[in-house]
Design a protein around this ligand. Structure first.
Ligand code: MN
Length: 262
């Protein structure tokens, strides 16, 4: 099992290495990730200037690691074609610092990287953990990544796979379930702040508070309930089918994630 790990928070982000630590138990991990934070760049691919790729020191010994002067999607393309020449069986992107729910999936670099893997017909998983009061808890999200990777390894999930996984800001004993969800509605009313740099005007797009829709069965609802949300994204993309297998596996995933919970 050969696993490519990337993210949009940068190659040295804590969440990426929390994930690598768990995924190493499932297969051979290579890391190819942006050299700096690239959140909200979505599926963007760099076509108009060359990319620098640098072999860098891993945070965990023995993991081949490269930084890319580009986007998360660039990192996946480089990872698949340049670094892992003997092929990749699974792409995992994350763990993002902050959830990617509802409309976020269209601009998320974390999800954009996983989508790029999916375009190459490789099972791909995006993993994000809630960011609360300036803190992120990576443990449950990392373990969730491993449990799903194990299922991919055992061929228990379909080959054509793109999952968006979000984990609430809770310790294991307080997580209340694992739910297969559909994307909910969560959008922002962005503001514009104008400034002047001494020569010209400039503008900042400032994210407003998200507007939530908490309908039952959505990713947003699951997180609000203290549950892990798994959204099978390609439900409406070419070549995809709804995954009954995945729905049936949610309770088993929960038992393995939180074995001592009722
Ligand atoms: Mn990010």
């Amino acid at each position: 099992m050969r696993i490519l790990v990337t993210n949009d928070d940068g190659v040295y982000a804590e969440g990426l290495w929390a994930l690598v630590k768990e995924l190493k138990q499932v297969g051979k991990v290579s890391v190819v990730a942006p050299d700096r934070e690239q959140s909200a760049v979505g599926t963007s691919v760099t076509l108009h200037h060359p990319l620098r790729v640098k072999k860098v020191q891993p945070k965990i010994d023995g993991v081949e690691t490269y930084s890319v002067e580009g986007t998360p999607a660039d990192s996946v393309i480089i990872g698949l074609q340049l670094v892992a020449k003997d092929g990749i069986d699974l792409v995992v992107s994350g763990i993002n610092e902050g959830v990617n729910l509802g409309n976020d999936v269209f601009i998320s670099g974390t999800v954009g990287a996983a989508l790029q893997g999916y375009f190459y017909d490789i099972p791909s998983i995006a993993v994000s953990a809630a960011f609360v009061d300036g803190k992120v808890m990576f443990d449950a999200a990392a373990k969730m990544g491993r449990l799903l990777a194990e299922r991919v390894k055992q061929n228990k999930l379909r080959q054509k796979l793109l999952l968006n996984v979000n984990v609430p800001h809770l310790p294991f004993e307080m997580i209340r379930g694992v739910e297969l969800t559909r994307p909910g509605h969560r959008s922002y009313h962005d503001g514009i702040e104008k400034g002047h740099d001494g020569k010209r005007d400039y503008y900042w797009i400032v994210r407003g508070e998200p507007v939530w829709d908490e309908k039952e069965g959505t990713d947003i609802w699951a997180i609000r309930q203290g549950k892990v949300s798994i959204t099978s994204l390609p439900a409406n993309l070419p070549g995809s089918t709804r995954s009954r297998v995945l729905k049936d596996t949610c309770s088993a995933l929960y038992e393995e994630l939180c074995p001592s919970n009722d």
